[in-house]
Design a protein around this ligand. Sequence first.
Ligand SMILES: [Ca+2]
Ligand SMILES: [Ca+2]
Ligand SMILES: [Ca+2]
Ligand SMILES: [Ca+2]
Length: 491
Amino acid sequence: MFLRAILLLLIPVFSLTAQEAESYLVRMSPGLDITHFQEKGLQATYAYPSSGRHRIFFDDFLNVTISDTTVLHEMLASGELLYWEIPSSRTLQFEPSDVYTLKQWHLRKIEAPSAWELSQGDSSFVVGIIDSGVDYMHEDLKDNLAYNHDDPLNGIDDDGDGYTDNYYGWDFGSEDWNPMIDDASAHGSVIAGIAAASTNNELGTASPAFHCRYLPVKISDTDGNIRRSNEAILYAAEQGAKVINCSFGSTDYRQSEADVIEYVANVMDVLVIASAGNGSADGRFYPAALDYVIGVGATDLFDQKTSISNYGPSVDLMAPGAAIYGPHKDNQYKLSNGTSISTAVVSGSAILLRSHFPNETAYQIRRRLIDSAESIDAMNPDYIGLLGAGRLNLAMAMNHTPKAPSSSLSIGIRPNPNSGTCQLDLYLEELGNYQLSVFDVYGKLYYREDFGASTHFMEKSLTLEHLNQGCYTVHLSNSRDKSSALFVVFE
Ligand SMILES: [Ca+2]
Ligand SMILES: [Ca+2]
Ligand SMILES: [Ca+2]
Ligand SMILES: [Ca+2]
């Protein structure tokens, strides 16, 4: 009798949850393709559609819609999957404010006017704004959008990139061509404007990006939920954005997000910048806390950490993020606060630097921003060592003389992707014995070489025969340090 009562209680609950089909993100093991999943009767679609050469990476990610995750556990155990994830949502890092008394103090604080004397940017350099919709009809936003003139609005995918009429950008939140604002939040408009509003146009506000442009990639749906940030990041990178602004996040680590950002940073040479979060906390906030991402906290007019800004392991750099005046929606301008805003200040600065130093890599621009930061320890005695490298100074980043790579080891790979033959550029601070090895995504070893370094810079040819198409990692180490880099092999 007792047993029966429990079952009666349990069965309805179980069947309720079991009937609801959910979509899960999976990363397939190398060598499998989507048909393998379809042949098993699973409803699977490409998670990150792509038509370009980066398909080798993108096509390993599928959305699988099922009502019971048992099959995913089984496929993980059998080695068919590298991992699977439950979709999780992120929140935008924004504290709206309607009250303003100061206007754009942040541009003077980061010495943007001095930087603009050296460079006013190049309109071919684009910062991707992964956010809610942008009011791109705003008077200070309409001229700096990176319009895709190869795909006008005519119902045809003229440029053949898989996105029909992606003239303004793309909307992954509502799955349409139009990234126009469609919910109550002006977040995306504000971020686009703080980073890249039209500057020196006798209208509205200025932005660090000056003549550089922005690409709106919308990830919020009409209820303000955001879910498809990985696809949006890959999209912006494929469209040629050299800096990507992620003013969102959460405390949940996602392996797919780490993989996607490692790929765009390493292989596509994109600098990803993300907000450290508005929780007044020192925990890890993602994607800001990932390697390859510049995590940004917020400071005020007096270079003090704002009360809401996170600090500690998610912060690489601080930037103004209190009472920042910029474009809003409907031709308005307002003050905004938060690490979203400080992230946009850094992104706009980063794209100006990329346009001024077109031969520098994302990593080198990252070092410029971080190594030239101003110490603000004196103003923040309670946060010594917890505010990254200090507060952004754009003029100092522009004038910075780059040191050798700050890590004592670094690896560049050319070309990337490649067919198994490539050139390695090795920077070795220490002379002596090194080990070079190549692994696949499982950690299986494909190549190992021990060599002695007698110069600090070495070019090495690497020829790896019989490699399957896919992603690989080069590891370089000596007895004291190690470094790694990702590359892609196509057949
Ligand atoms: Ca298109
Ligand atoms: Ca079209
Ligand atoms: Ca839309
Ligand atoms: Ca303006």
